[in-house]
Design a protein around this ligand. Structure first.
Ligand code: PLP
Length: 404
């Protein structure tokens, strides 16, 4: 058999996000793109940031022979300097180019960091609900994923359960705020409690514990929400960032890992991630996309675009009687299945040509994730279909006020 046992097991488990995305594409080919409402995948539709077009034009104009060549696997020094200076200005952590490694999206930053630090006996803690690729990445390196439950009232991390999950085998803790799939920003006091618990565990167990802050939605904040800045809370933090969502360049594959200056084993981690980029075949982040990243480093994300979508969707869902915790970040909303049956809700939505993803893949069965990064007009056209599904459930509108 050509396919390995490892990959055969992998192939036996399909990604619900990809499946839903493919289903939406298939329905579009039958009913026409404008008659299918694809709330499945987090593919941004806001126009690319100006820096993206600027970098493309500059690249087009410039005929330097090394413009598209191999480079240091950490990326162009000038791009890393720009990224470091932008982070230092915005968050107050004194990064330099030596702390930054440009990567093929946040996904590559996470996976290469994991190759760098994980031994098979190690435990990686993730807070439910979480981005399903975390499990895959942890399994890539043979380590064990430990899940921390969420508070069903708030969908936020259960900090007491987190404290219980920390063991002498804990090597890495993953935080993701604003969160995919809940669309929630971790409150400052919760972040502080998580950071304090890791500090205590690090001391008690006598070895360093790494915090990985996966933050591709960092700039997508609404209603005045403030995202925690983890490197200020906990020294042994690596930030994984992606320009996919804020700059609308998901297919260009550009992001970075930022190592907190002065963190434990800084240089070995830096060398390990660079080495891993080669080992897993990325070699270095795409050259033109790095220029895009540098040009976008300080450009504001299209927050108003997604906020409009968020309000339109939340107000309409509330008016039809669906139950959900309103989000204040990213572009996701977790809808509770009215009778707890996630598949029935997915089927009823799909019958109205709304494609969403079941919560099971994110570790929150009984919910359905709606990704509201599609075009505002498409959301507006989908609203009567949500109302139709609500009627099928016999839901009654909530008296609550619209999104503030
Ligand atoms: N982390 C989270 C929470 C995500 O939602 C995503 C993508 O949707 C990623 C990481 C991967 O980002 P990228 O595709 O830019 O590598």
């Amino acid at each position: 058999m050509l396919v390995s046992r490892f990959m055969s097991r992998r192939l036996g488990t399909t990604s619900a996000i990809r499946q839903a995305f493919e289903k939406a594409e298939q329905l579009k080919s039958v009913y026409g793109a404008e008659n299918v409402f694809d709330f499945s995948i987090g593919n941004p539709t806001a126009p690319c940031l100006g820096g993206v077009r600027f970098a493309l034009a500059e690249t087009e104009r410039n005929s330097a022979p090394d413009l598209h060549g191999y480079m240091d696997s950490a990326g162009y020094a000038s791009v890393r300097e720009t990224v470091a200076a932008s982070l230092a200005r915005r968050f107050g952590t004194p990064y330099t180019a030596a702390d930054i490694i440009m990567t093929t999206g946040a996904a590559a930053a996470i996976n290469t960091l994991m190759q760098t630090v994980l031994n098979p006996e190690d435990e990686v803690i993730a807070f439910l609900p979480y981005y399903p690729a975390y499990r895959v990445f942890v399994e890539n390196w043979g380590a064990n994923l430990v899940e921390v439950p969420f508070d069903p009232e708030t969908l936020l991390p259960d900090v007491a359960a987190f404290e219980r999950a920390l063991t002498p085998r804990t090597k890495l803790v993953i935080v993701n705020t604003p969160n995919n799939p809940s669309g929630l920003v971790c409150p400052a006091e919760t972040a502080a409690a998580i950071a304090a618990a890791i500090s205590r565990a690090q001391e008690a167990f006598g070895h360093a514990i790494l915090l990985l802050s996966d933050e591709p939605y960092r700039e997508l904040l609404y209603d005045g929400a403030q995202n925690p800045w983890w490197p200020a809370l906990y020294r042994n933090t690596v930030v994984a960032y992606s320009f996919s969502k804020s700059a609308s360049v998901a297919g260009e594959r550009i992001g970075y890992a930022a190592l907190t200056p002065g963190m434990d084993e800084h240089d070995a981690l830096h060398a390990g991630i660079r080495r891993s980029l080669g080992d897993v075949g990325f070699v270095n982040a795409p050259a033109t996309a790095q220029r895009m990243a540098a040009a976008c480093a300080d450009e504001p994300a299209p927050v108003a675009y997604y906020d409009r979508n968020r309000r339109m969707l939340a107000d309409a869902l509330r008016a039809t009687g669906f139950t959900f915790v309103p989000g204040n970040g990213a572009f996701y909303l977790l809808l509770a299945a009215p009778d707890g049956d996630e598949q029935l809700l997915l089927d009823r939505l799909a019958a109205c040509r709304i494609i969403a993803v079941g919560g099971t893949d994110f570790g929150c069965p009984g919910y359905v994730r709606l990704s509201y990064c599609l075009a505002p007009e498409a959301i507006a056209r989908a609203l009567p279909a949500f109302a139709q599904v609500a009627r099928e459930y016999g839901l009654a509108p909530h008296p609550a006020s619209p999104t503030e």
